[in-house]
Design a protein around this ligand. Structure first.
Ligand code: NAD
Length: 308
């Protein structure tokens, strides 16, 4: 049984994961060498817990959750954890070094999980002597709101480790999905990139504006996909119809194996999106914190509907 969790890395993902574990009543240690990252994580957690309470999505108090969580800049404080979830930057060398340290620090029974977005879990597992306890737990941003966690097994991961991780996430109220092959992008990022590649291709070809392409998704596909996934939806449409369309459409779909020029050019021009003020949209005169808060509130409103 998992009673105690250590989260290593208190950035965007780490603080949300720590919050979810604290809400589940587990003893949580959030570890980061940067004091400012720990302080920011604590502020975010307090604000986000209160937001869930205010919206009726959490029946607890900020104090009850936060008294389960402690903060440290020392990795050896992960020593007593039954489960360690790594959420440090997406750099293989850093993760490799960390897992080797964790293998020395933690009990041999501890499960070692990575929140990597795309580094194959097998690569990380192969760097230590006990790969059977290494697993992927890919939370989605924002981790305190999005229910999905992809659980990625490697050919070394033991069945008890997979089952215990799946059960643990279920008790936290998450929706764990077992990914049985350790392939790049797992499931969610493969689907997301397939859609984004086609959207950028349409934009690059001048088929429609960014606003109109987004409107097509927001006012049709996205609404249905909340309740009926892309596989199930095909059954409602009829597989014979789908086949007829696929036969003439597939040759015309974007199938480049390199990132598209429209994306590369944006990045070369430092148009990286919200963080530099411009991406596919112009954000320079916009109130970003207000927009982000509104989008989070819209997500919460939707989660309330789905939950009922
Ligand atoms: P981040 O840059 O926001 O935070 C990383 C934190 O790790 C920083 O606070 C840093 O000080 C700390 N850190 C660096 N080295 C460390 C070490 N050796 N020990 C402990 N802490 C260390 O990163 P993030 O966006 O939270 O991403 C973390 C992981 O989650 C990455 O692997 C990323 O690919 C993955 N991920 C990110 C998102 C996302 O949307 N941001 C979504 C899913 C998965």
């Amino acid at each position: 049984m998992i009673h105690s969790v250590a989260i290593v890395g208190a950035g965007t993902m780490g603080n949300g994961i720590a919050q979810v574990c604290g809400q589940g009543g587990l003893t949580v240690r959030l570890i980061d060498p940067v004091a400012a990252a720990l302080a920011k994580a604590e502020d975010n957690m307090v604000r986000n817990i209160q937001l869930l309470i205010d919206n009726g999505l959490l029946n607890s108090s900020v104090e009850t959750v936060m008294e389960k969580v402690s903060f440290s800049d020392r990795l050896d404080t992960a020593e007593s954890a039954d489960l360690v979830i790594e959420a440090i930057p997406e750099k293989f060398q850093l993760k490799q070094q960390l897992f080797q340290q964790l293998e020395q620090i933690c009990s041999s029974r501890a499960i070692l999980a990575s929140n990597t977005s795309g580094i194959p879990i097998t690569r990380i597992a192969n760097t230590i002597g006990t790969p059977e306890r290494v697993i992927g737990t890919h939370f989605y941003m924002p981790a305190h709101l999005i229910p999905l966690v992809e659980v990625i097994q490697t050919e070394h991961t033991s069945e008890p480790v997979i089952e215990e991780t799946m059960n643990f996430l279920t008790t936290l109220g998450k929706t764990p999905v077992r990914v049985r092959k350790d392939i790049p992008g797992f499931i969610g990022n493969r689907l997301q990139h397939a859609l984004a590649r086609e959207a950028m291709s349409l934009l690059g070809q001048g088929v429609a504006s960014a606003e109109d392409i987004d409107a097509v998704v927001k006012t049709s596909l996205a609404l249905r996909l909340v309740f009926t996934g892309p596989v199930e939806q095909r059954d409602f449409n009829g597989l014979d119809i789908h086949l007829s369309i696929a036969e003439y459409l597939y040759p015309d779909l974007e199938n480049t194996t390199e990132p598209l020029a429209i994306l590369k050019n944006k990045v070369a021009a430092n148009e990286l999106g919200i963080k530099t003020g411009k991406g596919f949209y112009d954000w320079r005169d916009k109130n970003i914190p207000e927009i982000q808060a509104k989008k989070n509130q819209e997500l919460i409103n939707l989660l309330k509907i789905i939950k009922d």
